[in-house]
Design a protein around this ligand. Structure first.
Ligand code: O2Y
Ligand code: MN
Length: 648
C-alpha cells in the first residue's frame, strides 16, 4: 500500500478491520496461492523489504484471497492465459500462434480522462493558473480527497481474487534512462498484458534488493457496491466508481474500477507519461508522447526522429512505415512514448520505455501498415476485435483480407454481417503485441544509452490552412509550435461532427504537472543541448482540397517529407522563410515516382485569413487555459507570429 494511503486507511474503521483481518490471515498459512501459480509463495517472503511492505499493506486493505509474485516466465504466462480462458475472459485464436481474444465489459472500453487525476498539495502544481481544477489540461485532486476516494473504494476490493505482484522495468533494465515499477493488480489480463508491454522479470526484484527506487502502482478492477445488471462474465469492473489517481510527490498510482488499457496497464500512460513527466522535470529530461523511428538514407546515413501526434493521426503507421522512395529504410524504436535526455556530449538520446505495442486494430491492414500485420499474429492478446469462424480476428479495414465463406462474430459476441451498420470491432479495440516481433524493429531499440535524436516532429490532422511541412525557426519557436498543436477529432457524442481540438505536444491527457511549467521546462532544454539541439518541424499529412480530397497520399510517401527533414538536418540550403516557419524551396521536396503529382500550390499555401484566425485561437487558448503560467518566451513567440502574419 502506498505510504500515504496506508496511513489514511489505518486511521479508518475499514483500515483497522482490514489490518486485523490481514494479521489473522498472516497467522494462518500466510499468502495462499492458486495451486497452479504456487511459485509465488516463497517469493513474497523473499521480496525486497520495501516491496514486501507495499504488498503487505496493500493486501491488508484490498484483502485478496491469494498473492502471486510474477516472474514474467513463459510458463507463468501460459498458466495465466489458461486461467483467463477458464474465467471466460479470453479465448484462444487457433488460426495463429499463441494469440488470444479478450472481450471486455461494454462499459469498460477506453481510457477515462474525466476520472483521471493528479494529486498534489497545491492545485497550481498540477494545472495551470488559467484552468479550473478539472479542465482541458488535466484534473487536480487534493491529497485529502484522494485519501477519501481510496478509502471509499479499496477496502476488500480484491476479496475472492488473487493479487498479482508485477515487478517491471520501463526501458531496458539497468539503463540510466530506465525506471522500475511494481504493479499490484487483481486482473490476470493485466498481468499478461504487462508482460508484453513492459520488462517483467525476477531480475527487477534483484535490482530493487540493491536499493533502487520504484513507482508504487496499485490496481483493482473493483467491486461495484451493487451488482451491475449489465455486468459481463469474465470482466469484472466498477465503471460508476472508476478512478485513476497519480501522486507525483511520492511516485504512487492508484487505479480502481477499470481493467482496460491505459487505465490498468499502469506502466504506460500513468507511469511513463504522467509521473514520467514529473520525474523528467525534476531530473532534467523529457518524457513525451512520441514515436521514435530510425531512417537510413540511400547514402547509408542513419538518423533518428521522434514525433508527437494526437490520436487518429497514424502514429503507429509512421513508426512502422514502409518508405516508397528507393534506397530508404525505416526502422522502428517505439510507437508511443519516448524518454529523452541530453548525454554528456549534449546530444539528445531517447529510449522507448515500453516493450510492446498496444495499437488500435481498426484501420490496420496490409495496405496501411504491413509491418504491424507481420508483427501481430503470434503471442498477441487482442481485445474487443471481432472473431472469425476460422479461428482468426477481423476489424474494420480488413474487409479485403477476410477469407470467403468465413462468418464473423462481433466484439460483443453477436453474429455480424457486412452492411449491418454496426462495427464488427470496437473502434478502440487493440492488439497487445511484443515489439521484438516487428520485422523492422531497430537493431538498437533496446540500447541502454538510447538513440540520438536529430529531429522532432509535431503534427496534427489539419484539413485546412496548415502546410505539409515547415521547420521551426529556433528551439524556442519549436516549443511554441508544440504548444500550439491542434488536430481534427470527432466531437463528443452529442455532436458527432468533426472539430479542431487543441492538443499541445499530443500530451493533453497526459501532463503530470502544470502545462505552463512544462513549457518552461522544454524551453530550458536549450541550455543542455547548446549547438546540438535537434531541429523541430511541423507536419500535416491531412490537408484537403475544396472537394474534401486529401492533397497528399500519406503512408509510405511520407518518407518524402522525412527526406526533406533529414536534408535540413544535414544543413542543405533547401528552405525558404515564411510567416509560419521555413518551407521547402521550390523543387526541394522529392516527388519523383509519385503516381499523381500533388498540387504543391495548395499543399503549401498560407491563407492569411486562416492564419489570422489560427493565431487568435491559439492566443485565446493560452489565455484561458494557461493564464499567467505561460512562459514569457512563448507569449513572445505568439506575438512574433501575429506580427509576421499581419505583414503577409
Ligand atoms: O484507450 C486506451 O486505454 C488506450 S489509449 C492508448 C493506447 C496506446 C497508445 N496510445 C494511447 C493513447 O491514448 O494515446
Ligand atoms: Mn498514445
Amino acid at each position: 500500500m502506498p505510504p500515504e494511503f496506508a496511513r489514511s486507511l489505518s486511521d479508518s474503521h475499514c483500515g483497522r478491520q482490514a489490518a486485523s483481518q490481514f494479521a489473522k490471515a498472516r497467522s494462518q498459512p500466510s499468502f495462499c496461492l492458486p495451486p497452479r501459480l504456487s511459485r509465488g509463495l516463497s517469493a513474497v517472503g523473499a521480496l525486497p523489504p520495501q516491496v514486501r511492505q507495499f504488498v503487505e499493506q496493500s493486501a491488508a486493505t484490498c484483502r485478496p484471497d491469494k498473492v502471486h509474485v510474477c516472474d514474467g516466465s513463459a510458463e507463468e504466462n501460459r498458466r495465466l492465459l489458461e486461467l483467463l480462458q477458464q474465467q471466460g475472459t479470453a479465448q484462444p485464436l487457433p488460426k495463429y500462434s499463441n494469440c488470444w481474444l479478450a472481450r471486455t465489459d461494454p462499459a469498460d472500453v477506453a481510457r477515462v480522462e474525466g476520472r483521471t487525476f493528479v494529486c498534489t498539495p497545491r492545485m497550481r502544481d498540477a494545472v495551470p493558473a488559467g484552468g479550473a481544477a478539472s479542465g482541458q489540461l488535466g484534473n487536480w485532486m487534493s491529497p485529502e480527497d484522494m485519501r477519501a476516494a481510496v478509502s471509499q473504494r479499496l477496502p476488500g476490493c480484491m476479496a475472492g481474487r488473487t493479487m498479482y505482484v508485477i515487478p517491471f522495468s520501463m526501458g531496458p533494465l539497468g539503463s540510466p534512462l530506465a525506471k522500475i515499477g511494481v504493479e499490484l493488480t487483481d486482473s490476470p489480463y493485466v498481468a499478461c498484458s504487462m508482460r508484453v508491454m513492459t520488462h517483467v522479470s525476477a531480475a527487477v526484484l534483484e535490482a530493487l534488493a540493491s536499493g533502487e527506487q520504484f513507482v508504487r502502482c496499485l490496481h483493482s478492477v473493483g467491486r461495484p457496491a451493487q451488482p451491475r445488471a449489465s455486468a459481463r462474465r469474465g470482466w469484472p469492473c466498477d465503471p460508476e466508481r472508476t478512478i485513476i489517481l497519480h501522486k507525483p510527490d511520492s511516485n504512487e498510482i492508484v487505479s480502481y474500477g477499470s481493467g482496460y488499457g491505459g487505465n490498468s496497464l499502469l506502466g504506460k500512460k500513468c507511469l511513463a507519461l504522467r509521473l514520467g513527466s514529473c520525474m523528467a522535470r525534476r531530473e532534467g529530461w523529457l518524457a513525451e508522447h512520441m514515436l521514435i523511428l530510425g531512417i537510413t538514407t540511400p547514402a547509408g546515413r542513419k538518423r533518428y526522429v521522434a514525433a508527437a501526434f494526437p490520436s487518429a493521426c497514424g502514429k503507429t503507421n509512421l513508426a512502422m512505415m514502409q518508405p516508397s522512395l528507393p534506397g530508404y529504410k525505416v526502422e522502428c524504436v517505439g510507437d508511443d512514448i519516448a524518454w529523452m535526455r541530453f548525454d554528456e556530449q549534449g546530444r539528445l538520446r531517447a529510449i522507448n520505455p515500453e516493450r510492446g505495442f498496444f495499437g488500435v486494430a481498426p484501420g490496420t491492414s496490409s495496405s496501411t501498415n504491413p509491418n504491424a500485420m507481420r508483427t501481430i499474429f503470434s503471442n498477441t492478446l487482442f481485445t474487443n476485435v471481432a472473431a472469425t469462424s476460422d479461428g482468426g480476428v477481423f476489424w474494420e479495414g480488413l474487409e479485403s483480407e477476410l477469407p470467403e465463406g468465413v462468418a464473423v462474430t462481433d466484439w460483443l459476441g453477436q453474429p455480424w454481417e457486412r452492411g449491418s451498420g454496426r462495427p464488427a470491432a470496437h473502434p478502440n479495440s487493440r492488439f497487445c503485441t511484443p515489439a521484438e516481433q516487428c520485422p523492422i524493429i531497430d537493431p538498437v531499440w533496446q540500447a541502454p544509452e538510447g538513440v540520438p535524436i536529430d529531429a522532432i516532429l509535431f503534427g496534427g490532422r489539419r484539413p485546412e490552412g496548415v502546410p505539409l511541412v515547415y521547420e521551426a525557426l529556433s528551439w524556442r519557436h519549436g516549443v511554441f509550435v508544440g504548444a500550439a498543436m491542434r488536430s481534427e477529432a470527432t466531437a463528443a457524442a452529442e455532436h458527432k461532427g468533426k472539430v479542431i481540438m487543441h492538443d499541445p505536444f499530443a500530451m493533453r491527457p497526459f501532463f503530470g504537472y502544470n502545462f505552463g511549467q512544462y513549457l518552461a521546462h522544454w524551453c530550458s532544454m536549450e541550455r543542455r543541448g547548446g549547438s546540438k539541439m535537434p531541429k523541430i518541424f511541423h507536419v500535416n499529412w491531412f490537408r484537403k482540397d475544396s472537394q474534401g480530397r486529401f492533397l497528399w497520399p500519406g503512408y509510405g510517401e511520407n518518407c518524402r517529407v522525412l527526406d526533406w527533414v533529414l536534408r535540413r538536418v544535414e544543413g542543405e540550403d533547401i528552405a525558404l522563410g515564411s510567416a509560419v516557419g521555413l518551407l521547402p524551396k521550390p523543387g526541394s521536396l522529392r516527388l519523383d515516382g509519385l503516381r499523381e503529382t500533388p498540387d504543391l500550390q495548395q499543399l503549401f499555401s498560407l491563407p492569411k485569413s486562416f492564419w489570422a484566425q489560427e493565431v487568435e485561437d491559439i492566443g485565446r487558448y493560452f489565455e484561458q487555459q494557461v493564464g499567467e503560467d505561460l512562459p514569457g518566451e512563448i507569449s513572445e513567440e505568439l506575438q512574433a507570429l501575429r506580427q509576421r502574419i499581419a505583414q503577409m
